[in-house]
Write a protein that binds this ligand. Structure first.
Ligand code: ACO
Length: 402
């Protein structure tokens, strides 16, 4: 082995491997949420110079969901999270980590994850937003699984949530037909039982960042000029990149896990374009029925696309307990990643009492949040009062601390 090969071997990402540890990260519950409003290709024909036939042939999309004004990435994510916690029968106060993978956070800060933490009453959880575009959910699962495997936390909530309709340029036919809104959440828990998330690979190549850009977040330049907010994309370059990395990523993660494509029951690809999924199938020499596709119903929902596809696959009976699955995605950044896992989720049977207790907890969480805000106001009044007393007596805060 050459020096370069040795270095490559040593630096090859191994963070995903669960095979040498005694603690495993299992998905124990999931929940999804999509807005009610459906925007069909025929609706888009009224808005831009396009046709249902062109969109279906070139992308596989028939319709997508669009968030109403009252909804946001936060509200969709919160509803998905509550469903996932309920199905997993995990209490929010037992969560050690909340990750929200999103490119459309409500604010740059506070993070949407912190807003979720507050509303759930997840008093023990660290919380942050993760931006890896459409690969975000796989990045989030990888981060959470790593925390669980090292024994740092016992339970994690990973959410992929987007309101892409808010950043799409609705006059640009080459992008506006592609995207939709939605959210999906997974609860992960530690277990001694082998399985769960087996391996993952995460990659990035910032040299291709220009292909997919939203110059959002900071709305103005330093001299007050408004910045363009909408998404711009070099569709053909993204298409070429995606067609290559979807099969490469799958093969790489399978190699790490010591598995072959034939060991995999179902591949859940990021739902961006049916032709990209077909090209991945050709690259892996697999028939299309080994891939799950629901792009026709939702379009590209970025970080929400994989959890939405998993929920539909379970609903359709395509994904069954103890199936081995690969999740694979690509996105802006450029980023890409793949993850292989045992789908061993046995939903907890519903109990009215447990649901009622859970609802009461959320009410208590809202009251707790209100009281904490109130306490901050009271604390600030005392602090100001103390400060003015110190100023009158001519002492500085530093002197006071000494
Ligand atoms: N309706 C009708 N015609 C259209 C439309 C439309 N909605 N959009 C583009 N066209 C036209 C173009 O103007 C062009 O016309 P011309 O030949 O007269 O110039 C023609 O159709 C062909 O355009 P192409 O760009 O070559 O079409 P292509 O087959 O490449 O499909 C598409 C475009 C669907 C965008 C494809 O390139 C694609 O899917 N790329 C990947 C996009 C993607 O996956 N993005 C991921 C985003 S992930 C994230 O992180 C957010």
């Amino acid at each position: 082995m050459s020096y370069i090969d040795t270095i490559n071997e040593q630096t090859r990402p191994r963070s995903g491997s669960a095979q040498n540890t005694g603690c495993f990260a299992h998905v124990v519950g999931w929940g999804v949420e999509v807005p009610e409003k459906v925007l069909t290709n025929f609706d888009l024909e009224e808005m831009v110079d396009t046709s249902d036939e062109w969109i279906r042939e070139r992308t596989g999309i028939s319709e997508r969901r669009i968030a109403e004004d009252r909804d946001s990435t936060f509200t969709l994510a919160l509803r998905a999270a509550r469903k996932a916690l309920s199905q997993a029968n995990v209490s929010p106060r037992d969560l050690g980590l909340i990750i929200v993978a999103t490119s459309t956070p409500v604010y740059l800060f506070p993070s949407t994850a912190c807003m979720i933490q507050d509303k759930l009453g997840a008093t023990q959880a660290g919380a942050f937003d993760l931006l890896a575009a459409c690969t975000g959910f796989i990045y989030g699962l990888g981060m959470a699984a790593a925390q669980i495997r090292t024994g740092m936390i016992e339970h994690a909530l990973v959410i992929g949530a987007e309101t892409l309709s808010r950043i799409v340029d609705w006059s640009d036919r080459s992008t506006c037909v592609l995207f939709g809104d939605g959210a999906g959440a997974f609860v992960l828990s530690a277990s001694d039982d082998p399985g769960g998330i087996i391996d993952y690979v995460l990659h990035s190549d910032g040299s291709g960042g220009d292909y997919l850009v939203v110059s959002s977040g900071v709305k103005q330049t330093w001299n007050g000029e408004p910045r363009r907010q909408s998404l711009t994309m070099n569709g053909q370059e993204v298409y070429r990149f995606a067609s290559r990395v979807m099969s490469q990523g799958t093969q790489e993660v399978l190699g790490m896990a010591g598995l072959k494509v034939d060991d995999i029951d179902l591949i859940i690809p990021h739902q961006a374009n049916i032709r990209i999924i077909k090209s991945a199938a050709r690259g892996l020499k697999l028939p299309m029925d080994r891939f799950y596709v629901n792009i026709d119903r939702y379009g590209n929902t970025s970080a929400a696309s994989i959890p939405l596809a998993i929920a539909d696959a379970v609903e359709d009976g395509r994904l069954k307990p103890n199936d081995k699955i690969v999740l694979v995605a690509f996105g802006a950044g450029l980023t890409w990643g793949a993850l292989v896992m045992d789908w061993a989720v046995e939903p907890t049977p519903r109990s009215h009492l447990r649901e009622a207790l859970r609802e009461s907890w959320y009410i208590l969480a809202s009251i707790r949040s209100l009281l904490r805000r109130l306490w901050r106001v009271i604390e600030a009044i005392f602090w100001r009062h103390d400060k003015s007393k110190h100023l009158e007596s001519g002492r500085s805060d530093d002197e006071d601390q000494e």
